[in-house]
Ligand binder design. Sequence first.
Ligand SMILES: [Cu+2]
Length: 508
Amino acid sequence: MHRRGFLAAGLATVLAGSRALAQMKMDGMSNMDSMPGMDMGGHAGHDMGAMGQGPVALPEGQPLRELPLLANEASRSGLFKARLTAEPATVRFVEDRDTPILAYNGTSPGPLIEAYEGDRIEIAFANRIEGEQSTIHWHGMPVPADQDGNPMDPVAAGADRVYAFELPEGSAGSYWYHPHPHGRTAEQVYRGLAGAFVVKAKADPVPAAYGDTVLMFTDLRLAADGSMPDSTMADQMNGRVGDHVLVNGQKNPRLSVAMGAKRRLRLYNATNARFLRLAFGNAAMTVIGTDGGLLEKPVAAEEILLSPAERIELVVAFDRPGAATLTTLDYDRGWMGPGRPADAGLTLLTVDVSETPAEAIPPLPERLRPIAPLGAPAVSRRLVFTETMTMNATSMGMGFLINGKAFDMGRVDIVAKAGETELWEIVNQADMDHPFHLHGTQFQVVEHERDGKVSKPPYRAWKDTVNVARGETVRLLLRQERPGARMYHCHILEHEQLGMMGIVDVQA
Ligand SMILES: [Cu+2]
């Protein structure tokens, strides 16, 4: 049987009852009937619509809230100094029902950090999550390895530490921050810990009249009592996908603009595992930037694909009166077992375009900034993604491997040299798409290959996360400038946790 069909059949068996487990025949493990007390997760029925009840309805159509800004407490210019506390909090997604979440400074998404190229950042982190270590990882940012919130540098429950780093010139971009503790990242993020970190350029070519709005997508699953259910085995396999895609914590909020207005929007996929293929109805999208900042020139787009952890910067032109909606399109990223979420037709944001024309607004410049190619690589590496079934005395599930190995915090997988250009070839031999993320630097995707067909990306861009579709090979060029241990991993956080991560030790 083809492996995916086999796995689907396997999960259906699990859902049908544990007695049937004895009949499952897994790759290289045929004696499962001798495994007592196997924990299959216990909630595996959730994704099937909770037995006909469907998800809890959330209010829609409230005015889009801007993310609260993290206040700068520094008394001199060039320094950004603040405090971030990770702690339990309560929110009301639905009237009369409290939802316990985790929050940075009491809000989810966390406060928006806005700083400038050249600034020094000093953020005091307080971990007030009971009984759990945490860290803050500065996703995509060029920070020293020992300030980057690696799982090797945990902050214990109740403890504090300061993260300090400088933002180099040329580093303007749409970054974010989230926890990265060993084995707890997926849960801490889906429970609410993630925030945007926008580094602004001193001289920005994009007209200020377009505004600058962060739209942070998260993914919520809510039980009838308002709580967030624990993850199921299906969540472990596919990554946890919720029932509601939220924008800045709201479902389908509304934004009002004048006819002819242009808006600069920074879209963040901060979900654990949901792929967002997006289109704007009744409005024209132009891509102006990616994870690591502006493109060389604007590129018109009919639709965009934002895989988990990716960001994209758009200018959207609202030239026709009426409603312009940001909606999802179908995208098959490979789903194991039943319960594949309905991807298409979700309305994430509604923009009301008035009949009144906007005041004259400046055009988008034809050139945004230069991006120098990284040049010829001195070293080539090949990373192969595979999936496997795993089991031990008490549980079974899936393992996600890179070059046949599951993550080991005590093992260095790659030794690299600071300042040297490398070609990384990411080969996905698995049955699901896996978004690849590397810490410490931005890379340039140079080539995709699928079924022997090679294609180039539509533009040169700085990226820290790229989707590697099943059966696809993605080649990228990168250069680490700062020494130290860096993580690379799949950004479906459950896959990262189940082994799809490695360490590159960058030596000076
Ligand atoms: Cu993955």
